[in-house]
Structure formats: structure tokens, C-alpha cells
Design a protein around this ligand. Structure first.
Ligand code: PMP
Length: 357
């Protein structure tokens, strides 16, 4: 029987081919950074190319040191992976399987659902309210089969935030044998102090995930990291390939994490463009939830108007992300790109609004 690629990979490949003929043209559909990585990361990557005859450090020593120092976390809790996707998939594979449930939320990043399917587990969704995660709905949906609760904070594709106090309440109320996975791929865009949530990871029942794909502009280098207690690390590492983060990517990642000034400046620039774009959309009459990420969700009057807006944008060479995979057929998600692209996008959407979009 031929090996079957996962639904996610099939969907992404089809999406890439249908939308931009491949992955080499930037779009506003993938939540990539509008800005390149730190020049120091580029330089470190160039230097590392000459060391490509050597295997990478399988324990990511320098990167874990840099993350521990920068984020004020315990180095022994840090685990790295080929993007946070690898860490999501390996964590789900390690702790969920046939006969068990992974509990996400309506609009939690849907890669978790395909990772659960691949692990043979059932994926169920707790209702969100007004594009916001409801801790009470999650708690009400827990069953004896629940092994993992998966939440995104900030959320993708909503862009909204759960208050850290609410996450602590969730952890306190969940059964001790349910692993809570908190995906903070957009964490650098959230202005809440992350320490209380990071501290949950030391307990052995909670994992906190981050990535260098968003705020650091290193989506193509494929580096994620997370905080895992030793007993969880032992299980997750059994699912990981070794040497999966390349020498070049590791070198870039260390330099990027050490260049906090560049990352912070990038986040500020991105947030400024995002907020101006969101204000313009609201002024034109669109519903746009408050985003703490590098994208915005736009709600249209109905699915037909969203589809019409999507194709009109395509006509102007602007590729947004349709959200039928999340059941949000009346919405589009638009990544924050460079200012001129966002100005063009806003003009196009404002003109459509005049035509009752
Ligand atoms: N989590 C969320 C919420 C995301 O939006 C993404 C990427 N779109 C990821 C995880 C995966 O990111 P990566 O594998 O590039 O780290």
C-alpha cells in the first residue's frame, strides 16, 4: 500500500500550488514575517555553511543556552525541534493514541487536529465565544478519554489572547493526568509577562511551545522550541528524529535569539502596520477582532462576500487565507506584510466595502 502523506501536508502542498505556484513567492497567507531575519543571524548562517560537512549538535546546546538566558527559563527544560510543528506532532504522538482524545478549541491551529489523526487519537473542539477561547467550555468538554488539551495563545487564526490568569485557572482545574499544551507561536507579540505561564512547564503536566518562525523571521530555517519537564522530554524525544535542525539553522537561531533588539524592533514595526491596517478596516465597516499576532482576521457579511473579496484580492495579486478549514467561511485571514502592500490591501478592501462586501 503506498504511504499516505498526512492530510495537512497534502492540504499545504495543494494550497501552495493553487495559490502561488510554489513556496517561493511571499503572500499574505502564511503568517510569515514581513521582515527578514536579523543581519546577525544571516551572517551566522553564512559562516555555518562552511561547517556543513559536520552533523549538527543533536542537543542544541548553544541554542538552549541562548534561550534560557534570554527568556529567563531553566535550560534543562528547553527542547528544540524542526519548527514547533515537529514539537506539536511529537508531543501528541507521545501522549495520545487510539481510544484517547485530544481536546482543542474551535479555532485552535488546525495542525494539532491532523497530528492527532496521525496518532490515531480523536480530536474534539471546545466552543469558542466571539473568537475567544472559553476556559469554561474547555473544562466542560474534558472526558475520561482526554489526554491532551491544546490551546493557542495568541490564537491562530483569530489573533486573540487568553489572559494568563485564565490559563493558570485552566491548568489548576484540569485533571492532573491531562497534559496541557500551550502553543505560543505568536508569544512575542503578546505583551503579557510570560513567566507565570513558563513556570507551569516545570510541573510535569504542561508544555509551552514557541517558534522562531514568526517574530524572528526564520520560518524557512525551521526552528521551534518549548519548555518540557524531564519526564515529558523523555517521551517526546523518542518520537523525534535526531539531527533534525541543521547546523545552519542552529547558528542562525542562536544569533537571532541573542539579537533581542532586532526582534523587538521587528515586532513593534509589524504591530504598528497591523494596527493601522485594522483601524482602516474598522473605519470601512469591517469586523476585525483585536490581534496580538502578525495577522488579522476579517469578518465579512457572509461566506459569498468573503469569497468575492478573496478573489478580488487575488486579482490585485494579494493572496489572503480563506478559513473554510476552520468553518470560518465568512472570514479571511491576512498576514501583516510590508506597509505598501498593506496600504494596497486596505484600499482594495475599502473599495469593496463600498460595493457592499
Ligand atoms: N503554532 C501556530 C499557532 C502557528 O500558527 C504555526 C505556524 N503557522 C505553528 C505553530 C507552526 O510553526 P513552525 O512549525 O513554523 O514553528
Amino acid at each position: 500500500m503506498p504511504l499516505k502523506a498526512t492530510a495537512h501536508i497534502e492540504a499545504m502542498s495543494a494550497f501552495a500550488l493553487a495559490n502561488f505556484g510554489g513556496f517561493d513567492r511571499p503572500t499574505l497567507a502564511q503568517n510569515e514575517s514581513a521582515f527578514p531575519p536579523s543581519p546577525k543571524a544571516i551572517e551566522a548562517g553564512r559562516d555555518a555553511v562552511a561547517r556543513s560537512h559536520l552533523y549538527p549538535d543533536p542537543d542544541w546546546t548553544l541554542l538552549r543556552d541562548a534561550i534560557a538566558k534570554t527568556y529567563g527559563v531553566e535550560r534543562d527544560l528547553v527542547l528544540c525541534g524542526a519548527g514547533s510543528m515537529e514539537l506539536i506532532a511529537c508531543t501528541i504522538a507521545a501522549f495520545a493514541g487510539p481510544g484517547t482524545q485530544v481536546l482543542g478549541t474551535d479555532y485552535a491551529y488546525n495542525f494539532a487536529a491532523s497530528a492527532a489523526a496521525r496518532a490515531g487519537a480523536t480530536y474534539v473542539k471546545a466552543a469558542e465565544r466571539g473568537y475567544e477561547v472559553s476556559i469554561d467550555a474547555i473544562l466542560a468538554a474534558v472526558t475520561p478519554a482526554t489526554r491532551i488539551v491544546f490551546v493557542c495563545n495568541p490564537g491562530n487564526p483569530t489573533g486573540t489572547c487568553i489572559k494568563n490568569a485564565e490559563l493558570l485557572r485552566l491548568r489548576a482545574a484540569l485533571p492532573g493526568d491531562v497534559l496541557l499544551v500551550i502553543d505560543q507561536a505568536y508569544g512575542e507579540f503578546d505583551d503579557q509577562d510570560p513567566q507565570a505561564v513558563f513556570a507551569l512547564a516545570g510541573r510535569g503536566d504542561t508544555v509551552v511551545l514557541r517558534t522562531l518562525s514568526k517574530a524572528y523571521g526564520l520560518a524557512g530555517a525551521r526552528i521551534g522550541w518549548g519548555l518540557f519537564a524531564p519526564q515529558i522530554t523523555a517521551e517526546v524525544r523518542k518520537m523525534q528524529n535526531s539531527n533534525q535542525v541543521s547546523t545552519v539553522s542552529l547558528a542562525m537561531a542562536v544569533a537571532a535569539v541573542e539579537d533581542q533588539a532586532y526582534m523587538r524592533a521587528t515586532v513593534t514595526r509589524t504591530a504598528d502596520i497591523r494596527d493601522r491596517f485594522a483601524r482602516g478596516l474598522r473605519a470601512a465597516g469591517y469586523e476585525v477582532p483585536d490581534s496580538r499576532t502578525n495577522f488579522v482576521l476579517i469578518r465579512f457579511a457572509n461566506a459569498e462576500k468573503a469569497a468575492a473579496a478573496d478573489s478580488a484580492l487575488r486579482g490585485a495579486d494579494i493572496i489572503a487565507r480563506g478559513l473554510s478549514g476552520y468553518g470560518l467561511t465568512d472570514c479571511l485571514r491576512i498576514t501583516v506584510g510590508p506597509q505598501d502592500v498593506m496600504d494596497r490591501t486596505l484600499r482594495a478592501l475599502t473599495a469593496m466595502r463600498g460595493r457592499q462586501c
